[in-house]
Design a protein around this ligand. Structure first.
Ligand code: GAL
Length: 377
């Protein structure tokens, strides 16, 4: 009897103690910085943010990159749903911009040149015959400075900064870039950009995360249901450069104003799908509602809501993935195994008078925010 009492007491005390730990954990976010690698004498770190629900985002100062996003499905099973590599070396061997920040000009600039105030600027051609994603030495492949702290509400914040020198990759002006990530209690990954320049230049900055809501490396994304609040898109030529037209999506396989499975119309005999090898196009956002795009994956119930103040989003569905890149857990990232929603100015804007201007003047500050909100239902 006495032993029984003692045992019961011990069990109660353990339960109280465990509840205490749990309580403590529920009140706190955690943030951890560890070594990820070395690059030309610079420390590359992996920063882990864990919110109070136990959901995790990992970032690195290499390319200010999102490495890992671990969120629950409708039954509470956790999985990482973004593409990344197990170790830093992966990022140096043919990485197609997995999760990185892309600049100074995300997307394509036709023939690698543009003119500002009668001066022609020539850029590196890294995607024949165009410049893609800021050139080979763009912001995805540089070491960013970083700082970690908690904001007033206790939310973990990682602030990456980079000073892009005048004429880096052919672009004029010394530019100072701040990319700030916040990982909220509600599983919102907020990305905020602030850029300034000392000379007139052009700018288009985005994050190039690939998502698969079944879990990164778990099959293709053709069953994901997509909605984009865009009544028009910018069709392209054979080099994936916009023709300059804003074409209504209505009546075409580009109409995602109501949800459609990504794979539903992707193989239709439609010129723009043939040119893009699938969807690889800029959608002209209506910017009239809070949420600009929603993706839902029926088997897991996972969902992304994307919110941005940018005029466009490049919906790219991994048409160039070929299974030669291996990510977390050695999983191959296969053809159409992930999709991107790259919020942006329109491709090739520096050469397209009819598009919203991507020019940044000295004295002005470019400020923009994109949020990916993760949930399950
Ligand atoms: C996307 C682009 C694609 C492809 C990809 C990287 O942003 O739209 O055409 O270049 O990046 O492989």
């Amino acid at each position: 009897m006495k032993t029984n009492h003692l045992l019961t007491l011990a069990v109660i005390m353990m339960a109280v103690l465990l509840a205490g730990c749990q309580q403590k954990k529920n009140d706190e976010y955690t943030m951890k910085t560890e070594e990820f690698g070395q690059f030309e004498g610079h420390d590359i770190v992996l920063i882990t943010l864990e919110n109070s629900a136990g959901n995790i985002v990992k970032l690195t100062n290499w390319g200010a990159t999102v490495v890992w996003i671990e969120v629950p499905d409708r039954d509470g099973n956790l999985d990482n749903i973004t593409f990344g590599y197990e170790d830093f070396e992966g990022y140096l061997n043919g990485d197609p911009y997995f999760g990185s920040i892309v600049g100074r000009y995300a997307n394509r600039i036709a023939n690698g040149r543009f003119t500002l105030d009668d001066v022609q600027y020539n850029l590196a051609i890294n995607n024949e015959p165009n410049t893609l994603h800021g050139g080979p030495g763009g912001w995805h492949s540089v070491v960013w400075n970083y700082e970690t702290f908690n904001d007033e509400s206790g939310i973990p914040v990682v602030k990456f900064t980079y000073d892009s020198p005048d004429m880096e990759e052919g672009y004029p002006g010394n530019m100072h870039i701040i990319t700030t990530y916040r990982w909220s209690e509600e599983n919102e990954l907020e990305i905020e950009y602030e850029c300034t320049t000392d000379k007139k230049t052009v700018l288009n900055i985005t994050n190039h995360a690939y998502f698969n809501l079944k879990g990164a490396g778990n099959g293709d994304i053709l069953d994901h249901e997509l909605q984009i609040k865009a009544s028009a898109y910018t069709p392209v030529d054979a080099n994936l450069i916009p023709t300059g037209k804003l074409t209504p999506v209505e009546g075409t396989p580009f109409d995602f104003t109501t949800p459609h499975k990504i794979g539903e119309r992707i193989d239709e005999d439609f010129e723009q799908l043939i040119l893009g090898k699938g969807y690889d196009h800029n959608f002209v956002l209506n910017n009239t509602e809070e949420v600009d795009a929603v993706v839902y994956e029926p088997s897991t119930g996972r969902m992304i809501e994307m919110i941005t103040d940018q005029p466009g989003v490049q919906f790219y569905c991994g048409n160039f993935l070929d299974g030669t890149q291996y990510g977390h857990g050695g999983k191959a990232y296969n053809y159409r195994g992930g999709f991107c929603l790259e919020t942006q100015h329109f491709p090739d804007s520096p050469n397209q008078d009819g598009f919203p201007s991507s020019v940044l003047e000295p004295g002005d500050k470019f400020v923009s925010k994109t949020v990916y909100r993760f949930s399950a239902k």
